[in-house]
Design a protein around this ligand. Structure first.
Ligand SMILES: *Cc1c(COP(=O)(O)O)cnc(C)c1O
Length: 370
């Protein structure tokens, strides 16, 4: 067999927006266990989802979520499929209907997708929108026009494409707050008690694609409709510990491994400090560039997870991405709808990756004046 590089040496600095990089120890563990999980003579993905071996992994993932994210007993922890996109539809399907309305805050592309889907089941009311500012910020509390009779208020806690983030939850009075946390779940310890429900596709900050985490207040789920197909009811997953039908077992196993890695790293408090340090390195390179790099997002809405910036021209942006790729930093091209550069600095991205990017940015600006 050919001599192989060590795993660490062949890994790139992965700034992909999603699916995103996974921590190396998580992948190495999966590699080591792939053919023979815990002496059972088969992979975890070849186990029955009704067997003891898989069930232990499933339950450990849920217990770790409760522990690390501080999820109280008032809330269910559920694993679903269909991506965050299915949640755009499933949420209104469960809580809207004839004559019912829900409030939506429009802060960008993914908020708009959520609003579009709600139209099939009831009335999505726009409680606030920053479209007029090209989504370069999230709204302030006093800008929210909330309906006290709304079934829920939906926000996108981190706008993956535009690079803005809610750094504090809005006050929605007695109306349940629902957060799409697909791109920032566990960037720090969330304040779950503030939410009626959160959902997060795993492939950005929590694991591989194929599984979506839903955390929902029990009394909120109790209010949901029962005249929709069984598979679309949150109550079905709650009643069956997310084992109503075959769950994405391998994806959940990997989520479990990511959670164990987070615990080993010192938990979400440590991750938060690390994420802030990472973001400070990249925003520091932007702000210290005398205007060469421009961050379009307002300072108080800047995302810690998706750092969006522009160069003095599109040709330079293209060259930037090309040279960064050559230097081992991949995934830096901005979303096709907004252009520019986007560095996604999720939990699995290291401080060293961000320091490397910041240093590359300084050198690039010196060598290629605008
Ligand atoms: C990626 C993303 C989605 C879409 O996720 P899918 O799993 O592809 O459906 C929705 N919302 C946000 C905030 C995202 O970042």
């Amino acid at each position: 067999m050919a001599l192989m590089l060590s795993s660490a040496a062949m890994r790139v600095s992965n700034f992909n927006a999603g699916p995103a990089g996974l921590p190396l120890p998580v992948l190495e563990r999966a590699q080591g266990e792939l053919l023979d999980y815990a002496g059972t003579g088969m992979s975890i993905m070849e186990h029955s989802h009704r067997g003891k071996t898989y069930e232990a992994v499933h339950d450990e993932a849920i217990a770790l979520l409760r522990e690390l994210a501080g999820i109280p007993d008032t809330h269910h922890v559920l694993f679903l499929q269909g991506g965050a996109s299915l949640q755009f539809a499933m949420l209104p399907m469960n809580f809207l209907g004839e004559g019912k309305s829900a409030d939506y805050v429009n802060t960008g592309h993914w908020s708009e997708r959520a609003i579009d889907e709600a139209k099939y089941y009831g009335k999505p009311r726009i409680a606030a929108s920053t479209a007029g500012d090209k989504f370069t910020r999230v709204p302030r509390q006093e800008e929210l026009d909330l309906d006290p009779n709304a079934a829920y208020v939906h926000i996108t806690t981190n706008n993956t494409i535009e690079g803005s983030q809610w750094l504090a939850e809005p006050d929605t009075g007695g109306v349940p707050l629902v957060g799409d946390m697909s791109s920032d779940f566990l960037w720090r310890k969330p304040d779950i008690a503030r939410y009626g429900m959160i959902y997060a596709g795993a492939q950005k900050n929590l694991g591989p694609s194929g599984v979506v985490l839903v955390v929902a207040r029990k009394d909120f789920v109790d209010r949901a409709r029962t005249d929709i197909p069984t598979i679309f009811r949150y109550a079905t997953f709650a009643k069956n510990n997310s084992l109503y039908n075959t769950p994405p077992t391998f994806a959940i196993y990997l989520v479990r491994n990511v959670l164990l890695w987070i615990k080993e790293m010192g938990g979400p408090e440590k991750l938060e400090a690390r994420n802030r340090e990472k973001a400070a390195l990249v925003y520091g390179a932007i702000d210290g560039s005398s205007g060469y790099y421009r961050a379009p997002v307002a300072r108080d809405s800047r995302s810690v997870m998706n750092i969006v910036f522009r160069l003095p021209g599109e040709a330079l942006e293209e060259q930037f991405v090309k040279e960064a790729t050559k230097a081992g930093m991949i995934g830096l091209k901005g979303h096709r709808s907004v252009g520019g550069i986007r560095a996604s600095t999720y939990n699995a991205v290291s401080v060293e990756d961000c320091a490397k990017l910041a240093s590359f940015m300084r050198t690039f600006a010196e060598k290629n004046p605008g």
